[in-house]
Design a protein around this ligand. Structure first.
Ligand code: SAM
Length: 205
């Protein structure tokens, strides 16, 4: 921003009304005055996919924030599990990574980012109309068989995976379906991006 000067044209987006063309009127030390001129694009529609993923270590989770935004996730619901080792999430930092990814990849919609919730509470209140696609390294069906029309969520565990009790509780949810991402165990961050990319390739219009 500092390299820009009065009279330069820029593009702005606000995650509500889309992308706008604007012209810089004045550059101050802490603020820039702009004149908004014309809407270039409406806010894009994203498919109704949630990412339900346990917080993982800083750096890796920043990467997930970027990829969730690039891939078009509608909402990220961080979930606290027995083996979650990260106890606090800096939501502002994650949002900043999403905004940067949106700017790089011409997104005009950011994922909604929720406060973390315990897995047991989330499963208890699981919405009746939303498929729960559980990425299970112990095996499951291919993503292509699990994807159905309608709202969906992808559930990914933390670095240490889910306990046996958690696995059983997840699979007891009527909307849950276990999905394999292949025969190799993936890092949690890789699994998040791979599962969302697979779903988007199949149903992400
Ligand atoms: N210890 C590694 C790490 O530090 O990231 C591996 C973590 S793996 C156990 C974390 C989660 O990724 C699992 O709970 C599962 O949701 C998902 N996952 C990893 N590999 C998978 C696979 N082949 N199929 C389905 N899900 C997988």
């Amino acid at each position: 921003m500092m390299r820009l000067k009065a009279g330069d044209a820029i593009a702005l987006f606000d995650d509500m009304s889309g992308e706008w063309r604007a012209v810089i009127e004045q550059v101050g030390k802490r603020a820039v005055a702009v004149r908004v001129e014309q809407r270039m694009r409406e806010r894009e529609a994203v498919p109704d996919l949630w990412l339900v993923a346990a917080p993982i270590k800083k750096g890796r989770i920043d990467w997930v924030a970027e990829k969730a935004c690039e891939l078009g996730v509608a909402r990220w619901r961080p979930v606290i599990t027995r083996r979650t080792i990260v106890d606090r999430l800096n939501l502002d930092r994650l949002r900043a990574h999403m905004i940067e990814a949106a700017e790089q990849c011409e997104r005009t919609a950011l994922p909604i980012l929720d406060e973390p919730v315990k897995l047991s509470a989330m499963l208890r209140d699981w919405p009746a109309d939303r498929a729960l696609i559980f990425a299970d390294e112990e095996g499951g069906m291919p993503m292509a068989e699990a994807v159905k029309p309608g709202p969906a969520a992808i559930l990914i565990g933390p670095e240490g995976g889910f306990t046996d009790e958690e696995r059983a509780a997840i699979l007891a949810v009527p909307q849950a379906v276990g999905v394999s991402l292949g025969p190799r165990i993936l890092r949690a961050d890789t699994a998040m991006a791979a599962a969302v990319a697979l779903w988007m390739g199949l149903a992400g219009d």
